[in-house]
Ligand binder design. Structure first.
Ligand code: CTP
Length: 399
């Protein structure tokens, strides 16, 4: 973990005493560690211990009473490769979930652009409370990584879920995130990935959309980022909020918006993976006001959207371009026709006839066809595993 910069946030729970061990793991691995302690945490472990082990001054408040110096939370957040909040009490969890910024740690969290890991630790009943569950869900949706609490003996005497994940396991989770286990075989490669649905407005409250969750494309983008690629993810409306130091996520709504991001960036990319479920048509006119109901039927005239992948294929120069085909009939011939027509190097076929494949779910079953008429069939797998298969296939084409 040489040169990796860990910002560690410590909140006021009994598990704070274990953080000394966690800091030792980080320091031994070669990482640099800076710590922020909340006011409540100093009752559980002394700032002197934390400062000594982390080899850095400890940040405790917005300004230092002795020197009068201000702690720059924005600079601290930008310094970090990763922010780890451990232990994270129910109180801090709630603050993070709603963005309350009444201490240096939660304020720094709001400024953080790096991935954030949260290791909750609290008593059994607090951990099981619907409020805590809701807060954890919110933080997960916001793109944070939750290091779930473990089962075991708790300080209250109760036994059950709520113990902070052991320092060794927290360390391993961060290490495997920061140091890719596979080689950085996409280092120096620029990749643009499109993902998710597009929403085409009918009026201010209605749109034409589809069931795509964006999961498949997001997993591909993350796998590429982990393997060293510089990734632009152009993501249509989605609940997902992926974060990685090598990933820039640009959120868009409509096909036109997605197209303009692709047009601006395609020339400088080495690889394009277009997995978005782009609406082929959009309403000819978007009503300025909500369309009111009347006794008559309503007809909406649709016009064609730009075909983003087709444009990228027509403007391809020494680049690798992969598209997706979602088919319900004549799967192979339709997929191959798309490969030809859009000047692709490969096409990934999802058949909606396969159970567990396609939109929404966590699994997918794909076949990849390449321009030399070769094809590979893959088993039904989690979308994370499918993403690895697709990226491994890209690697072969790249080399
Ligand atoms: N695609 C795109 N822009 C569009 C439509 C599709 O970039 N306006 C891309 C998708 O991201 C996908 C591929 O084209 O990689 C195939 O999309 P699909 O909808 O399956 O094919 P279409 O060409 O739209 O044909 P059809 O809907 O008739 O199957």
């Amino acid at each position: 973990m040489q040169n990796k910069r860990i910002l560690l946030g410590i909140t006021g729970g009994i598990a704070a005493y274990k953080i000394a061990t966690l800091i030792r793991y980080f320091i031994k691995s070669g990482a640099e560690v800076k710590c922020i302690m909340t006011p409540a945490s100093v009752d559980f472990i002394s700032p002197l211990t934390i400062a000594t082990l982390s080899k850095n001054p400890v940040y405790q408040s917005f300004w230092d009473a002795k020197t009068g110096e201000w702690s720059n939370h924005v600079a601290l957040a930008l310094w970090a490769d990763v922010l780890v909040i451990a232990p994270c009490t129910a109180n801090s969890l709630a603050k993070l979930a709603i963005g309350l910024s009444d201490n240096l740690l939660v304020t720094t969290y709001l400024s953080a652009k790096c991935p954030v890991f949260i290791a909750p630790a609290m008593d059994l009943d607090m951990y099981q409370h619907s409020t805590t569950k809701r807060n954890l869900q919110t933080l997960k949706k916001d793109g944070n990584f939750i290091l779930p609490a473990q089962s075991g003996e708790l300080a209250s005497g109760l036994s059950g879920e709520g113990r902070m994940m052991e320092p060794e396991d927290i360390f391993k989770a961060i290490e495997s995130f920061l140091v890719a286990d596979s080689a950085l075989d996409f280092a120096n490669k620029k990749v643009i990935v499109t993902a998710g649905p597009t929403y085409e407005l009918i009026d201010p409250v209605r749109f034409i959309g589809n069931h795509s969750s964006g999961k498949m494309g997001v997993e591909i983008a993350l796998e590429l980022a982990r393997r060293g690629a510089d990734v632009i993810l152009v993501l249509g409306p989605s609940n997902l909020n992926p974060k990685h130091a090598n990933l820039k996520c640009v959120s868009v709504q409509s096909a036109e918006e997605m197209f303009s991001v692709v047009k601006k960036n395609w020339k400088s990319q080495n690889i394009g993976v277009f997995s978005a479920a782009v609406a082929d048509y959009k309403p000819k006119k978007v009503a300025n006001e909500k369309i009111k109901k009347s006794d008559a039927n309503l007809t909406i005239e649709l016009i064609k959207n730009p075909d983003i992948l087709l444009w990228a294929g027509e403007n391809k120069k020494n680049q690798i371009l992969v598209g997706f085909a979602l088919e319900t009939e004549n799967e192979e011939s339709n997929a191959k026709a798309k490969l030809q027509k859009k000047n692709l190097d490969a096409v990934v076929l999802n058949s909606l006839k396969n159970d567990g494949a396609g939109f929404g779910g966590d699994t997918n079953k794909i076949t990849i066809f390449d321009k030399d008429n070769k094809s590979i069939d893959f088993q039904l797998k989690s979308k994370t595993e499918v993403a690895k298969d697709i990226v491994n296939f890209l690697l072969k084409m790249k080399n």
